[in-house]
Design a protein around this ligand. Sequence first.
Ligand SMILES: [Zn+2]
Length: 203
Amino acid sequence: MSSRPVLCPTCDTYVRRRALPRGMRAFCPRCHSRIYDNPYCDTGGLMALTLAALVLYFPANLLPILEIDLVGNLRQTTVLYGALVVMEQGFVLVGLAVLVAGVIAPLLLLLSILTQLTLMRMGTGRPIVRWLLLHQPTLDQLSMIEIYMISFFVSVFKLVDIADLTYGWGTLCYILLFVLTFYVQYEYNRELMWHQYEEIYGS
Ligand SMILES: [Zn+2]
């Protein structure tokens, strides 16, 4: 791996790949764009992050993110409930998109990474790991927790003058889930995972 050639994704300059110290990045000598980096976390750290995100996933999705008191009319909201309300109002496709991007895909993404790390650590399940590695980019694109964080802030700013808003454990768990999932996706390096796959199972 240390001498494998790589092409700059921006300008196609040929660069000889070298082993990097942890947390360092390699930049293209011609256009200075990022070519490859070494994650801060090893697989143990990534596994801990993924497990922590999975633990937070359930309270974040089951507990209300926001409690809205609009002149005595009390409402609690979760992402799942939001998706169902949108579907009830006739926007089935929008509701399904919310359900997939905000609830289902993030869970599958975390479960997929945890399964890959666990099976690779045990040295078994080669076809499953291969399948998961091949489909990881799809899950990465489908999972969009950040959109709900933005819509959460937008609704808070819009409602704060006209309603009493209460935040609870659900709010805290959702924000922490967002941060951890972002960190997991940042630290997860598919190229390095393929490299480990080849080392563990043979190519
Ligand atoms: Zn370049």
